[in-house]
Design a protein around this ligand. Sequence first.
Ligand SMILES: *Cc1c(COP(=O)(O)O)cnc(C)c1O
Length: 241
Amino acid sequence: MNPLEQRLAAVKSRLLAAELAAGRRAGDARLVAVSKTHPAETLAAAYRLGQRHFGENYLQEALDKQARLGHCDITWHFIGPIQSNKTRPIAQHFHWVHSVDRLKIAQRLSEQRPAYLPPLNVCLQVNVSGEDSKSGVSPGEAAELAAAVAALPRLRLRGLMAIPAPCDDPHQQRRPFAQLRTLLQPLQASLGLDTLSMGMTDDLEAAVQEGATLVRIGTAIFGRRDYGKDGGDAAGGQALR
Ligand SMILES: *Cc1c(COP(=O)(O)O)cnc(C)c1O
């Protein structure tokens, strides 16, 4: 096995072990491979190993890779901060957007979602306690935003997403994830939401324990990211470690 194959297999077995430890079914939490900073060839290699969902943070970088991987049956997730002047290509080229945190962005995505595509799947990013960045709607405003976004015609609101601050203690890691789960519960019933996008390389187990349905894993699959000469720019994003 090559290193990528080994790491992908190791992440899958971590995920499976976490699902079973939480009393959940195998496959309950979908693996999104976060491929920011990694070249299209690396994504193609993961694709050949069966990976189909990829997460990207930087629009132009993602569009370049999509152009090169156009023949692949990939589900693309946009997980980075969204500038309002960049919503059109996001609405055109992604299947999911996890980082919606204000109504204006959601309205633009809905207006700009092409009619020939199915509605865009979106999650609201919530600034749960210990959130690392300033992005995200506050927990107190999440329900109101969810109701407004759910009413937009070209979006399909699926759930909530969070990026808690890094924390080494597995028990502490569960708190913000539990908070997100609690926030989802009433919306699950009223708006039919089904997605908790939470869990990264260092807190996958805690997230699955608290009900993650979609984990976003980068480093454990692709190795450490090298921001290289453009590091200053790229590191301006959120939750880069
Ligand atoms: C980079 C990133 C990830 C992946 O983080 P790792 O710690 O490398 O697994 C997940 N979610 C978001 C929003 C990211 O920006």
